[in-house]
Each structure stands twice: as C-alpha cells, then as structure tokens.
Design a protein around this ligand. Structure first.
Ligand code: SF4
Length: 587
C-alpha cells in the first residue's frame, strides 16, 4: 500500500521562501513502519519544493502522479482548509484520505461532518496510524480513531538518522519533550496526557551528533517548555555548547521557554549553546499572568538577554475577556517607555477548539470567527473595532507595523499579461505566490475583472499581486469593480489578519497596484495615489521620456513611497520585469 503523508506550510506572506516546514510526522511514521517491518506499506511524501511552493491544484496533480492508495494530512489552523480542498479532489479519484493534528477534535463538528476526509485521527497519530493502515488494507476502516500518548524515544533515532529535510533549509529539529504540565486557557496543546515524555539522554546526544554532522545553521529543540525542568535544560545546553566548541560550527539554537523559570546564570550558558534569540509568551500584563510577572522584572530580564547578545521576542495576546483596550495600550506604552517594544509581538486572541477560553466564550455568548483562525471578535470589554484601534495605535503612534510588503521577483511566478494567451498561461501557474503585470490598454476592463474572478475563485488559497499598467489612464469605476471583486476572494491569511486590516475594501492575499507611465495626467496620478498603491512603470523605450520628466516626478518620489518598476526588452522583442526600485534614481 502506498501512503503519502503531507504537512502544508504556514502561509508565509512576506518571506521569500519557506523554512522549517519539516515533514516530521512522515519521518516518524517511516521509522515506525520500518521497525515493524511492514514492507507492504510504503510511506512516501512529496518533494519539499512542491509542498512549500505549489498551490492546491498543482499539489493534487503531483499527488495523482504518484498514484497513492492513501494520503494523510496534518491539519493545523493554517492548512486545514487547503487540506480539505485537496482531500475532496483526491477522494473523487478513489484515494482514501486521513487527517490528524490539532484541528481534529470532537467539538470541531463542521470538519468532522464536512465530508472532506474519509478518516479522522484525534490525539497522537504515531500510536494509531499503523492500525488505521491495517484496517484500510483489510477494508474495515472506521471514520474516527483516537490516538494515545506515545513514547517518541522508540522512533526518534530512526527519524533523525533518515530525514533529508535538513538539506532543504539547513535546519534540524529534535523533539525533546511531549506533554505540558501547564494549563494555559487559550492553548490547544493536548491536555489529556497524564505525564510528559522526555527524550532519553543517549538518544538526545545521538540526535545532536547527527545534526552537527550535517550542514545546518539552526537547530530547533521541540518542547512545549524547554526549561520546564532546569537540570535537564542545563544538560541539553551543556551538551550542545560542547558540540559547538568541538566542531567549531556556529549553529543557532531555538526553543520555547518560560522566562520566569530561567535563572540568571542560565543566560550565559544559553548564549554558549547558540541561542541568539528567545521567544516567550507573557500574554497579558493585566490578567492572571501578572502574578507570575510580578516575581521578576520583565524589562530587566529582556535587557539582560540583550546584554548577552540574545534578542528577546516577547509575545502578548490581545483580546482576553476582562482586558480592556486601555489596558493593552498601557502595556504597549510600558514596553515602549522601557525601550523593548521593538521586541514585542501582539497576537490577536484565537479561540481554539478544546480550550478553556472557548468554553468561556461560548458560555458568556462572546463571539469569534467560526472557522480558522477563530479570532476573537467580541468579548465583555472589547470588540473587533477596539482590536483594530490597538493595531492602528501601534502603527501610527509607535511606528510598529504588521503590514508587510510582498514582492514576487522570481520570473517564473511573474507573468506579463499582454493577451488572452498570457491569461491562460497565468491560470496554469503551479505556484502559491505569484504576480501579474497587466497591460490594461490591450483589454476591455471587463475581461480583466472576469479573468481574475475566475482565477481567484479556482485558487482561493493563493497569494497574488496584480500590477495594472496603463498609458491611457484608468476609469475609477473599473478599478473599484476589480478591487471589490477581489475582496470576495479572501482566504485564511485574510481572516488571520482581520485585526490589522483597517479598511473594508482590501484584502492582503490578493492586492492591486496601479502603475502609470511617466507622461500620465497629473490629476489622474493624484487620484490614483489617494486610492491605490501607486507606482510608475518604465517599459523598454520609455527610459528617455522618464529621464526627461524626472525633475517633475521627483516630488512624488520625495513625498510618497512610490515604487518604480523597470522592464527590459528580451530577445523575442517582448519585455520582462527586471527590478523594482523604491524610488527612481534616473539613468
Ligand atoms: S501555552 Fe505553552 S505552557 Fe501553556 S499550556 Fe500551551 S504549551 Fe503549555
């Protein structure tokens, strides 16, 4: 039986490439099946480049090419919709689909009853997937399976020795601990485990040795709280610090820590072991966590880390019941006054399945999105408008922005649209991120709107930038029709960013940029600049006219953030995008 196991990445809007989406579960399962000598089951996967970069339709094609019997998906908030869509298409082709992961919970009724998957596995999948596969082979599988707590020591060495994900992004992962003794009300981490499983020290040393024998830059130690036991924490760090000095390799180390459990002396050892940043969740300065926070001086701790060359990343959550907008603003001001705001993250509360906070929201009648990422929309003291005000406060008053520019430079993903054939070729793009530069004057605008409506409708998960270029000018009605249509094609990322999106007429996953030539009417340029992300485009043959007008245009570059897109002629007398300048420097 041929089984493909797939974990789709976090939608990463602003990084040019994905990192860290290691297919750990697939690796574990391969090690488990090898140990069981289940030769009739082959655990495969897709190429990492495809997993990280392809859109849903392209992934379905890649999967079908391998003719698997079973496809398994790890379902997280950020990928469960994509998994569901891909699974539906596979099932139509007779493939049995299985899903597990944090999204699989008894209370996630819409997923369980949604008809997207054949089989659901709740809990730790490694303990039960071999049985599920046996049942499938015997044609007696059920719809629902429950995994139990399992000891990853039984398969971690098999995984560490075999994974080739490290070659893809020069990162390595070692699972250190499974199970969390803390009971944070907002966290969906499995709370049914009676105790934690900890990596055997010998297995840990073997895995670290294996990582240092490869070409890696980063090592991630996976544990809900890496420093839950100080003695063990120190042993891990001492071994890694020794390995770094023995091999001379400057491998950076990451892990999730609780700051109040870090003793002063640990910070030097952490630096020696390769930590150059640590992320920790404070969540709220105003609610129950404040009691813990009072035990130490957060700003002093952050500054101590900085003095050791370790960057703190301090996470807060905005949207807890009982914490008002003014409370959060006070926290922001406190961080800013102590010069550590730059190291803070403010996450919009997610009301996850199977959590204490979800029960509170339901009992009290507070509201939240009914699909991932389940953002809080209203509680007893705040609503979504207040959340937007907080993000606006960060952006306007503290120069702290979550809005990211995203630029496609890869020529395979940047489509110049001159005619209908070019639209056809764009519609076949396999990529999850892409962009198009449309020569608007070659089309009726209705054709453009209809194409993108169909393109986004067939690929709602994608990120796409549309650059509209016209020498003749734009009708504002046309642009409004296009942008209005685009807001109907938001995806997970747009819901995830709802709190930072202050405008109703834009989404982040699909964006419009309006470009004109240097000779365009100034009144029109002003109008476009007021309403759209505006820039200039310099096509082959226009460089001289642009240079002639540079003095006149210079004020736009000085007053506004105007981008200039420069194209060059190719061999076949067509042109291709070569560069975006934040301003135009002439020449
Ligand atoms: S947030 Fe971290 S410490 Fe709290 S329950 Fe979840 S995993 Fe444990």
């Amino acid at each position: 039986m041929k089984v493909l196991l797939i974990n789709l990445p976090v939608p990463d809007f602003y990084h040019g490439f994905q990192k860290g989406n290691h297919q750990i579960f697939a690796g574990y399962m391969r090690a488990i099946m090898e140990k069981r000598k289940s030769g009739d089951v082959v655990i495969g996967g897709l190429d990492r480049h495809a997993i990280d970069n392809y859109n849903d339709n392209a992934l379905v094609e890649c999967i079908m090419e391998q003719s698997p019997d079973v496809v398994g998906f790890s379902s997280y908030l950020w990928n469960v919709e994509r998994n569901s869509e891909i699974s539906r298409q596979l099932r139509k082709n007779g493939i049995i689909t299985v899903t597990g992961g944090p999204e699989i919970n008894r209370d996630n009724v819409s997923l369980l009853d949604g008809g997207a998957f054949d089989i659901f596995v709740q809990g730790e999948g490694e303990s039960v997937l071999p049985d599920v596969l046996e049942d499938i082979a015997a044609k007696k599988h059920k719809k629902y399976y429950a995994g139990e707590a399992c000891d990853f020591n039984k398969f971690i060495s098999g995984y560490s020795g075999a994974t080739d994900d490290t070659a893809f992004d020069r990162m390595a992962y070692i699972e250190i601990e499974r199970g969390c003794p803390f009971k944070c009300s907002f966290c969906a981490y499995d709370k049914t485990r009676k105790s934690s499983t900890v990596i055997d020290m010998d297995a840990f040393k073997n895995a670290v040795d294996g990582c240092f024998s490869r070409d890696i830059d980063e090592l991630y130690l996976l544990a809900p709280t890496l420093n839950s036991n100080r003695k063990r924490f120190e042993s891990y760090l001492e071994y890694i610090a020794g390995k770094r000095s023995e091999t001379g390799k400057n491998v950076r180390l990451f892990g999730e820590l609780r700051p109040e459990l870090i003793a002063g002396g640990d910070i030097g050892l952490m630096k020696e072991a390769g930590f150059d940043c640590i992320e920790f969740g404070v969540q709220s300065m105003n609610l129950e966590y404040k009691k813990n926070l009072a035990k130490y001086d957060l700003s002093g701790f952050a500054k101590n880390l900085l003095a050791h060359g370790i960057t703190p990343i301090i996470d807060f959550i905005v949207g807890f019941p009982g914490e008002t907008k003014d409370d959060v603003i006070r926290t922001i001001d406190y961080m800013s006054d102590n010069a550590i705001l730059d190291y803070c993250n403010f996450y919009h509360l997610q009301v996850l399945h199977n959590t204490g906070i979800r029960k509170v929201f339901i009992e009290k009648g507070y509201s939240f999105q009914d699909c991932p990422p389940y953002l809080m929309l209203e509680n007893d003291v705040m609503d979504i408008g207040d959340i937007k005000d907080i993000y606006m406060y960060l952006e306007d008053r503290k120069d702290f922005s979550y809005r990211e520019d995203y630029l496609v430079l890869d020529e395979n993903r940047f489509h110049v649209i001159r005619n209908n054939d070019d639209f056809n070729s764009l519609s076949e793009t396999p990529f999850y991120h892409s962009a198009s530069f449309v020569l608007v004057d070659n089309f009726d605008f209705d054709v453009i709107v209809r194409f993108y409506d169909g393109f986004f409708g067939g690929n709602p998960e994608i990120f796409h930038q549309v650059y509209l270029y016209s020498r003749q000018g734009f009708e504002m009605n046309d642009l409004e029709a296009l942008s209005g249509m685009m807001t109907t094609h938001g995806n997970y990322y747009d819901r995830y960013r709802e709190g930072i999106n202050y405008f109703n007429d834009e989404i982040f996953s699909k964006t419009i940029h309006v470009l004109s030539g240097p000779d365009s009417d100034e009144k029109m340029i002003g109008q476009l600049m007021d309403n759209y992300d505006f820039g200039f485009a310099v096509l082959p043959g226009e460089r001289n006219s642009f240079a002639d007008r540079i003095q006149k245009l210079r004020r736009y570059f000085l007053d506004d953030e105007i981008n200039t897109f420069v194209f060059r002629e190719c061999d076949d007398m067509e042109f291709e995008f070569i560069k975006r300048f934040p301003v135009y420097f002439g020449g």
